[in-house]
Ligand binder design. Structure first.
Ligand code: ADP
Length: 235
C-alpha cells in the first residue's frame, strides 16, 4: 500500500512537471556522484590541482542540475491554467474518492466544506494540491492511524477563502517546516519521496495569486492553510 501511495504521488507530481524531463537530472547527479567517489577513494594521494578540477566540475554539474529544476518549475508554470468558478467541496470530495483505495483503514478524512462555496480556481490543479497534501498527511501517520480534517472559511473583509488541511500525523520540526516548499527537499528514504509534492503545491497556489502556509508541531500534527482570493460576486 505504501508503495502504491508513493508511486501515485510520484506520477502525479511528474504529470504536472511534464514527464520525462526529470530524467535529465540523472546525468549531473551521476557525474557528481562519480566525482565524489574519485575524491573519497584517494584523497591523501591526490594533488591539489586535480582536486580543484574535480570540485570545479562538481560545481558545474550542480549548476546544471539547478537549471534543470528551474526549467521544470517554469515549464509547469507556463502550462495553461484554466481558472474558473468552481465548487470547492466537489473538488475536495473528488480528491478524497480518488485516493480512497489508498487510505489505510485507521485513517479518517473528515471534510467540512460548505456545499455551495464557489471559488475561482483551476480544478485539476487544485485537485493535485489536495492530493499531495492528503498523501503527505497519510504518510505522516506511520502507524496508519489518525485523522485528516479539511475545512474552509470565507473571509469577507479580506475577500479570500482560507482552506485548511489539518492532520494528526508526526508533525515536523521548525527546520524541516522551513524547507518543505523547496524542490527536491524530502525527509523520506531514498526512492520513497521525490521532494516535489510541496513545491508543486506551492507553485500551483501561487499561480492562483494565493498563498500556502504550514504550521506544525512535532508529535502532534500539521496544518496547511491555503489562502485563495475571491471575487466579490462569489462565495
Ligand atoms: P516528499 O513527500 O516526496 O518527501 P514533499 O515535497 O511532498 O516531498 O514533502 C517534503 C517534506 O515535507 C516531506 O518529506 C516531509 O518531511 C514534510 N511533510 C510534508 N507534509 C507533511 C505532513 N503533513 N506531516 C509531516 N511532514 C510533512
Amino acid at each position: 500500500r505504501q508503495d502504491q501511495l508513493v508511486q501515485a504521488k510520484k506520477l502525479s507530481s511528474l504529470g504536472v512537471l511534464t514527464s520525462g524531463v526529470a530524467h535529465q537530472l540523472n546525468n549531473p547527479l551521476n557525474n557528481i556522484s562519480t566525482s565524489c567517489q574519485i575524491l573519497l577513494e584517494d584523497l591523501d594521494q591526490l594533488d591539489e590541482d586535480f582536486i580543484r578540477r574535480v570540485l570545479t566540475n562538481v560545481e558545474q554539474e550542480v549548476a546544471r542540475a539547478r537549471d534543470i529544476v528551474k526549467g521544470l518549475l517554469e515549464f509547469s508554470r507556463a502550462k495553461e491554467f484554466t481558472i474558473v468558478p468552481t465548487n470547492l467541496n466537489e473538488v475536495v470530495a473528488k480528491t478524497v474518492r480518488l485516493i480512497s483505495s489508498q487510505v489505510p483503514p485507521g485513517v479518517r478524512i473528515e471534510t467540512r466544506v460548505s456545499e455551495n462555496m464557489v471559488v475561482e480556481m483551476d480544478p485539476q490543479r487544485m485537485q493535485q494540491v489536495f492530493l499531495n497534501l492528503f498523501m503527505n498527511a497519510i504518510q505522516a501517520m506511520p502507524e496508519g492511524r489518525g485523522e485528516i480534517w479539511v475545512t474552509a472559511e470565507y473571509d469577507q473583509a479580506a475577500q479570500q477563502v482560507l482552506i485548511r488541511v489539518r492532520d494528526t500525523g508526526c508533525g515536523m520540526s521548525e527546520e524541516v517546516a522551513s524547507k518543505i516548499f523547496d524542490p527536491f527537499f524530502t525527509t523520506k528514504e531514498v526512492g520513497a519521496g521525490t521532494g516535489l509534492g510541496m513545491s508543486i503545491a506551492y507553485g500551483i497556489v501561487e499561480k492562483h495569486r494565493g498563498h500556502i502556509e504550514v504550521e506544525s508541531r512535532e508529535g502532534e500534527g500539521t496544518t496547511f492553510t491555503i489562502i485563495l482570493p475571491v471575487k466579490r460576486s462569489e462565495a
